[in-house]
Ligand binder design. Structure first.
Ligand SMILES: [Zn+2]
Length: 367
């Protein structure tokens, strides 16, 4: 689940809420499974495979990416893994926590948390996340550098790269690295924030490690969060107004991907552009990840699953018990279809040869 720092979630300690949340999660997950059993699921690829010579390799994915990705509860397996529902990862994390508590009733909460971290933030997983973070950061770096001089002035480019470079990934162990937000150890949140002391960091909740096995989801998620380090508000706080961002914002407004409310103000409580900006950059970086792993795709279904998994958890928003912000973010359909599914490189990867009427992509434009 892509949560950012502005989304307020009631803070609580694991020790007092774990049992309640576990019970709630089990009930929610049970109802989720119940729906799965009664709802017939038709994989989008089935439609394409019926036609011997499809004009478009997958009409559903190419014609309505949101429907293909979000309107069923199927778990898609791409060559790197799956993306389980948010709630499943959180249940698993909470069960681990409960098991540790029951086995070691004499342990302090610090010892319990340390053991939970040992089991979730394993060396292998942490190394993999750090490697993904480094790769994504490098790709965003390249993305900024290859924009023409007509897009960014050298001053803008230099300051953007500086803000990006100083963003760090903060991961346990030790558990107390999240001392100010210990419940993150069992949550499916990934977020970027700038601390009051000016440190820029990205954090990853424990349940995310358990639910998001697909590398493409990790790429999109990390790219989204890292893009916040250079989003219009972060750059504004850094004293830079990037004019190319205005052109991108105008385009997203014209395409109705984002909206301005009557009480809108730049970087205010209802400004959707920073989130749309982060999705827009993340879509391009994820398209790069498809190219990097191109040898892993052996079928059309592999490609579709990878693309769907990249943004699958955006579909989940609203199904978790955590209150979801619907003001700061564009709605899931706009994010999944209007930004990711409309990205020209993503469409090319999906072999979407039939051009859409509104296919002209939004861009930074030129001066
Ligand atoms: Zn965000």
């Amino acid at each position: 689940m892509l949560f950012c720092e502005n989304e307020s979630v009631v803070k609580r300690t694991i020790s007092i809420s774990a049992f309640f949340l576990a019970m709630l999660a089990i009930v929610l997950y049970a109802s989720l499974h119940k729906e799965e059993k009664v709802a017939p699921v038709v994989a989008p690829s089935v439609v394409a495979e019926i036609s011997p010579k499809p004009i478009d390799s997958s009409p559903t994915v190419c014609g309505n990416f949101f429907k293909a990705a979000c309107e069923n509860k199927k778990v898609f397996r791409d060559p790197t893994g799956v993306v389980d529902p948010d709630v499943k990862g959180e249940i698993e994390a909470l069960r681990l926590y409960e098991t540790i508590m029951h086995k070691h009733r004499d342990w302090t909460s610090q010892k319990v948390e340390a053991d939970l971290v040992r089991q979730i933030y394993t060396k292998k997983r942490v190394e993999q996340l750090r490697s993904t973070f480094d790769w994504v950061k490098t790709e965003i770096h390249k993305f900024i550098e290859r924009q023409p001089a007509e897009t960014f002035s050298e001053t803008e480019r230099t300051k953007m790269l500086r803000e990006l470079d100083r963003t760090v990934l903060e991961l346990p162990p030790p558990a107390n690295i999240y001392f100010d937000e210990l419940d993150l150890l069992t949550k499916n949140d990934v977020y970027f924030e700038q601390t009051p002391t000016g440190k820029k960091r990205m954090r990853v909740g424990g349940a995310y490690l358990l639910a998001a096995k697909s590398w493409f989801n990790q790429v999109f998620t990390f790219a989204h969060e890292l893009s916040h380090s250079i989003d219009p508000c972060e750059m504004k706080f850094a004293g830079v107004h990037v004019h190319a961002y205005d052109r991108l914002e105008s385009c997203l407004l014209n395409k109705k991907v984002i909206h301005k409310t009557s009480n809108w103000s730049a970087c205010g409580d209802t400004d959707q552009f920073p989130e749309a900006f982060a999705d827009w950059i993340a879509a391009s970086i994820t398209a790069e990840s498809f190219v990097r792993e191109i040898d892993q795709f052996h079928s059309k279904q592999d490609r579709e699953s990878a693309a769907i998994n990249a943004v699958k958890d955006i579909c989940d928003e609203g199904s978790s018990w955590v209150e979801i912000d619907t003001v700061l973010h564009p709605p899931p359909r706009a994010r999944v279809e209007g930004i990711f599914g409309s990205n020209q490189e993503v469409r090319r990867f999906l072999d979407c040869r039939v051009p859409r009427k509104s296919a002209e992509p939004c861009s930074f434009g030129r001066k």
